[in-house]
Each structure stands twice: as structure tokens, then as C-alpha cells.
Write a protein that binds this ligand. Structure first.
Ligand SMILES: [Zn+2]
Length: 312
């Protein structure tokens, strides 16, 4: 503490000549100079002391702490049983969360992969322009009964502008088997996914009256694929294979014809695809597939967050 010895002693009982505060400016005359000089020198010394003492003290404390080994590796804290328990629980909780994060990330990646694949397949399917090859002519001819003999007006009206009717009685027309040599007349149509722009139609002359309703049913299959083919891919990814709901798909086509395009329930009662969905509505088939476990929406990353998050 050498600095302290240099401080000019100040007698607390002697009032300062300059007044109660150092902040008062000295008068600007010659007589005041010596007083101001003294005060400045005293202030410098006081400042030196004020700063100097803590520095020395700090150094001393540092030395003592260092000597006492304060900067060595700390001893492990002594925990109570409940503190240790709490820490273990926190670790367990974090491990569960990490496992959940891994699981959800994998789920998201799988669902996103399915979604992307279904989109690609849908795009490819809808771009397909393959045309079937004729084999057996339709015994009923090459004109549909009524005012729309090629079905053109109807197809255009539902957006099937690239679709044409393929009058074909060969085995590729999966709905027509012929009358087997009997007196009965049959009519049958088929929509084949490998030819998405063709509707197979065939009928015996005596079954001409039902040809139109069957044509509309086949056109509804085009509509289903045009709008819901991706749903069938996604359903398949969820383990809902087409065979397990083909009868619902068939009923959906006939009901669409009944509820949306002027056909009647009776038109399909005696067919292999009656409309059996009471109160049918657009979107029925997707609701049905969802009820079977299909996930038909694009995966949203936020839905896979294991804990609620707040994002800006
Ligand atoms: Zn059908």
C-alpha cells in the first residue's frame, strides 16, 4: 500500500476553501491558480489510490485462490437421492424424446416417398395414350343408341375430350361375353387402365336399350381414374389393395352415373355393378379409402413433430 503514503493528508475539520463541491468552476483570475493546482494534484492522488487498492486486493485474492487450488478439477457435487432421481428421470425423458424424433422422422420420410411415388405414377398414367387393337366387331354395330352415337358430346361434357368409344366384342372387353348362343341379349363394357383413353363397348342387337347406361358406367370409370387414381396408389401403399374394394369402386361408378348424370337406380339393378351406396356424394370413394386406413393427403412435416412447436 505504498500509494497511500503519498496522499496528502486532509484534515476533515478544515472546511475546503473552494466550497462544498469540486464541481464548482474556479474563478478565472490569477489569485485562484494556486488553489486550483493544489486541488488537481490531490484529485490525481485520490484517483490513484481508489484504483490502486482494488488492483492490489484483487491480485492478493487471486494469489490466495490459486494457492488453494481453486482452479483444479472440481470435486463432483454431492447429490441427495431425490436430486439424483430427478436427473435420471430427465435423462430418461430426453432419451424417449430422441427415440420419438427418430421414429417420426422415419415415418415422415416414408410417407413423403409414398406420396412422391404416387404423384409420379399418376402423372405417367394420365399421360398414357396407348390405343387398343380391334379384334372382334361389336354385334350391335358402331353407333350408340340415341342422339349421341359416338358418345362424343357426353364425353366432352365430363372432360373426357381425349377418350373415344371402342366398339369391340373380343376378350379384352371384360364386360361382354356374348350370349352363348342363346336367345338372350347381353350388353357389356370395359374400362382398361392400360388404355385410359378408350371405353370398350359391345352389345347384342336385342340388348341395345341398355347400351347407353353401360356406356355411361364405363365413362364413370374414366372419371374415377382421372380424379382418384392417386388415391388408389396411396391406398395400396397403406395395404388396401384394389381387389378388396373393387365392388365399392364399381358401385361408386354406377352411383356417380345415377346421382350426377341422369341414370336411374333401375338402370343398374340387373347389372354386375348396381348402385348400392345410398346417399352417394362426390368424394365418397376417398372417404371410404381413408376409413380403410389410407392416407390420401400430402404429408405435412408439422404433423410429424413429436412435441408441439411454435414457429415464427
Ligand atoms: Zn364397372
Amino acid at each position: 500500500m505504498d500509494e497511500a503514503s503519498e496522499v496528502e493528508p486532509i484534515d476533515p475539520d478544515v472546511p475546503s476553501a473552494e466550497g462544498p463541491t469540486d464541481a464548482v468552476e474556479p474563478p478565472h483570475d490569477q489569485a485562484a491558480e494556486p488553489v486550483a493546482a493544489r486541488r488537481t494534484g490531490r484529485r490525481a492522488l485520490v484517483i490513484a489510490l481508489a484504483v490502486g487498492v482494488p488492483l492490489v486486493l484483487t491480485g492478493a485474492v487471486f494469489a490466495v485462490l490459486a494457492a488453494a487450488g481453486t482452479f483444479d478439477e472440481p470435486e463432483p457435487p454431492q447429490l441427495t437421492a431425490s436430486q439424483a432421481e430427478r436427473i435420471d428421470a430427465e435423462f430418461a425423458e430426453r432419451e424417449d424424446l430422441l427415440a420419438e424424433l427418430d421414429y417420426q422422422r422415419t415415418e415422415y420420410e416414408l410417407d413423403l416417398s409414398d406420396w412422391t411415388q404416387s404423384e409420379e405414377w399418376t402423372e405417367e398414367y394420365l399421360a398414357d395414350t396407348a390405343q387398343p387393337t380391334p379384334s372382334v366387331p361389336n354385334p350391335g354395330g358402331t353407333a350408340l343408341p340415341g342422339a349421341d352415337p359416338t358418345g362424343r358430346a357426353f364425353l366432352d361434357a365430363i372432360g373426357a375430350t381425349d377418350v373415344t368409344v371402342f366398339f369391340e366384342a373380343g376378350p379384352d372387353n371384360c364386360g361382354y361375353y356374348g350370349n352363348g348362343g342363346t336367345e338372350l341379349g347381353y350388353a357389356g363394357g370395359c374400362f382398361r387402365p392400360e388404355y385410359p383413353n378408350s371405353l370398350y363397348m359391345a352389345w347384342d342387337p336385342q340388348a341395345e336399350s341398355v347400351a347407353w347406361s353401360i356406356f355411361v358406367h364405363e365413362a364413370m370409370h374414366w372419371y374415377q381414374d382421372e380424379h382418384y387414381i392417386q388415391a388408389t396408389y396411396l391406398a395400396d401403399f397403406a395395404g388396401v389393395d384394389f381387389e378388396s374394394y373393387s365392388s365399392v369402386w364399381e358401385a361408386d361408378a354406377s352411383c356417380r352415373a345415377v346421382y350426377s348424370y341422369g341414370m336411374t337406380l333401375e338402370d343398374y339393378v340387373d347389372t354386375t355393378s348396381p348402385c348400392t351406396i345410398a346417399g352417394w356424394y362426390e368424394g365418397y370413394i376417398t372417404d371410404y379409402l381413408v376409413s380403410r386406413g389410407a392416407n390420401l393427403t400430402e404429408p405435412d412435416p408439422a404433423a410429424y413433430e413429436p412435441v408441439e412447436t411454435s414457429r415464427p
